[in-house]
Ligand binder design. Structure first.
Ligand SMILES: [Zn+2]
Length: 141
């Protein structure tokens, strides 16, 4: 425990951000059973991306902004955002788009403690660092 904390204390914010993102990406892709939010295609969660609705580092840990997507929707269709918006309203109700847009316009620097809380929440111990192959699919555009 102490050792782990010490390790994180030395990690750069960029690395912590990446680590928190990787853990969160894995957890959400599992939680949503590898089903694409926008076209409903299903695959092994490891083959799926975690797609943003609004992009930007400030939006990287906003849960409603993040859902499983296939690489076609996320990459080729650049997020398939028209459908993404419809699905968000179906899931969270009206106002969600405005809420996410407002957040996206705000400057937000994730603090060390916030990133460490995310890492803690998604379980560093339960999820050892991703293997090379997982890293590739975990990094969404
Ligand atoms: Zn899709």
């Amino acid at each position: 425990m102490l050792k782990r904390k010490a390790k994180h204390d030395k990690m750069s914010l960029t690395r912590l951000h990446k680590r928190a993102w990787d853990l969160q990406s894995k957890a959400i892709r599992q939680e949503e059973n590898g089903q694409c939010f926008t076209c409903l295609k299903k695959d092994d969660w490891k083959n799926m991306d975690l797609g943003h609705f609004r992009h930007g580092k400030n939006m990287d840990f906003i849960r409603e902004n993040l859902h499983v997507q296939c690489s076609r929707c996320n990459r080729f269709l650049h997020g398939n955002l028209g459908i993404y918006a419809e699905k968000l309203e179906e899931k969270y109700g009206q106002g969600i788009i405005q809420k996410l847009n407002a957040l996206a316009d705000k400057l937000k620097i994730w603090k060390r403690q916030e990133l460490m809380d995310i890492i803690e929440k998604y379980g560093e111990k339960k999820n050892p660092p991703l293997r090379k192959r997982d890293k590739r699919v975990a990094s969404s555009s």
